[in-house]
Design a protein around this ligand. Structure first.
Ligand code: GLY
Length: 406
């Protein structure tokens, strides 16, 4: 017979068991909101289809599949998007452990070697190119060769820094073409991560200062009072002052280009992670909040929030994927629980929408996502599948899985 004394531990054990089951079912529910393992398997299968389609030994890399096409449009290593396909392969390898994919990741990463050549000057996109390819390769293999590549890339990127202005120049050719003395585009907020990385990994410690100054200048000069961004800032190189803000890929100079805001949200979150300066965290929240307030119901923005053709304007799934990944990181950096939950839930809603039939390519094409817009004013990549949308979608799924398993 159970005495009262013997019953107490049994009751306590039962309470713990019930609490465990309750916790597990909540945890599992969160995990199941997006069938993350299923989505990661989907990415794995689509990548195998891509490799089958693009079979070549010539170091051409997939960039996009237009909305009316089924085959990848390929680019060479000098294209700004060249790092994304190797990066996708590394993430698929990370999630699947598939050795064949790893060998392809190594092969396509090796394709970027011409970027290491001392004569290759490059532009601000060096950050995208190096971090997605060599960066993921180093993170997953620890191979010192990749570390050396990243340090080389950071040295090249630092050469585009203008100390008078305090930012990295994005497009040097625009000086001749447009008469812009020094320009910095919002996308550049992504590329400065390479400088922070190098400063922490044996590179010049000054690189971190350059990156921080770049972020501060961008914060001061490249946003409107409502915290929406300007795509391009043009600076005077004599006195370093801001001359003008314009657009290159948005609807109008002062319009709210969705991907620009996405790069900013991701970039300022990263700058807070790297510096620990709260001002950057508060700023990342403000630029996120205005983005969230203006999203359509399905959480995927129109390519420009101010296109007069909305609701008949194209969407930009790439912006949604970039922001989903950024907010999963922001949620882990937040200093209050309600904010952690708010940004995690927002990211989850975006991933849920992107993981629906409306946005997945499925059997139709070998990419992951449909409905991204690269450059509408330029007349290309409109309503297309694009590798950077796929890259950040896969990164977001990986972050989501990791966070939910902690
Ligand atoms: N970095 C170029 C773009 O976002 O289109």
């Amino acid at each position: 017979m159970f005495t009262r004394k013997k019953l107490i531990p049994v009751v306590i054990a039962a309470i713990f068991a019930f609490a465990g089951i309750f916790y597990y079912s909540c945890y599992k529910k969160t995990l199941d909101k997006i069938a993350v393992d299923q989505q990661l398997s989907y990415c794995h299968e689509q990548v195998k289809r891509t490799l089958f389609q693009v079979q070549n030994d010539s170091c051409q890399l997939p960039r996009n599949i237009n909305h009316d096409a089924h085959k990848w449009y390929m680019v060479n290593v000098y294209d700004w998007t060249s790092g994304f396909f190797p990066g996708i392969l590394w993430y698929v390898y990370e999630n699947s452990g598939d050795k064949f994919i790893r060998s392809k990741a190594e092969q396509y990463t090796a394709c970027l070697a011409p970027l290491l050549h001392p004569d290759h000057w490059g532009d601000h996109d060096l950050g995208f190119q190096y971090l997605c390819s060599f960066g993921n390769a180093y993170r997953l293999t620890g191979d010192e060769y990749y570390k050396e590549c990243l340090l080389t890339g950071a040295g090249k990127l630092a050469r585009h820094y203008n100390p008078k202005v305090g930012t990295i120049q994005s497009w040097a050719h625009m000086k001749k073409m447009m008469g812009w003395p020094h320009n910095t585009i919002m996308d550049n907020m992504m590329n400065i991560e390479l400088l922070f990385w190098a400063a922490r990994n044996g590179g010049n410690p000054e690189y971190a200062k350059m990156a921080e100054t770049h972020a501060r200048k961008t914060m001061e000069n490249q946003f409107k009072p409502d915290y929406t961004n300007f795509h391009v800032a043009i600076y005077d190189t004599i006195n370093g002052n801001l001359l003008q803000c314009v657009t290159n890929q948005g609807c109008a100079d002062s319009s709210f280009w969705a991907r620009g805001q996405a790069w900013a949200i991701y970039g300022f979150t990263m700058v807070y992670r790297e510096t620990g300066i709260k001002e950057f965290l508060r700023f990342a929240e403000k630029i996120t909040d205005v983005y969230l307030q203006r999203l359509p119901e399905d959480q995927v923005p129109y390519w420009d929030f101010e296109d007069p053709k909305i609701p008949d304007a194209p969407k930009d799934a790439s912006a949604a994927a970039i922001v989903a990944s950024a907010l999963l990181e922001l949620s882990t950096l937040e200093d209050s629980r309600p904010k952690t939950e708010k940004y995690f839930a927002a990211a989850e809603r975006m991933l849920e929408s992107l993981s629906s039939d409306v946005y997945l390519c499925g059997n139709g094409k070998p990419a992951f996502l449909l409905h991204s817009t690269g450059n509408l004013p330029g007349g290309y990549e409109i309503d297309a599948s694009i590798t950077y949308a796929d890259y950040y979608y896969l990164e977001a799924l990986t972050r989501y899985k990791t966070k939910n398993r902690k």
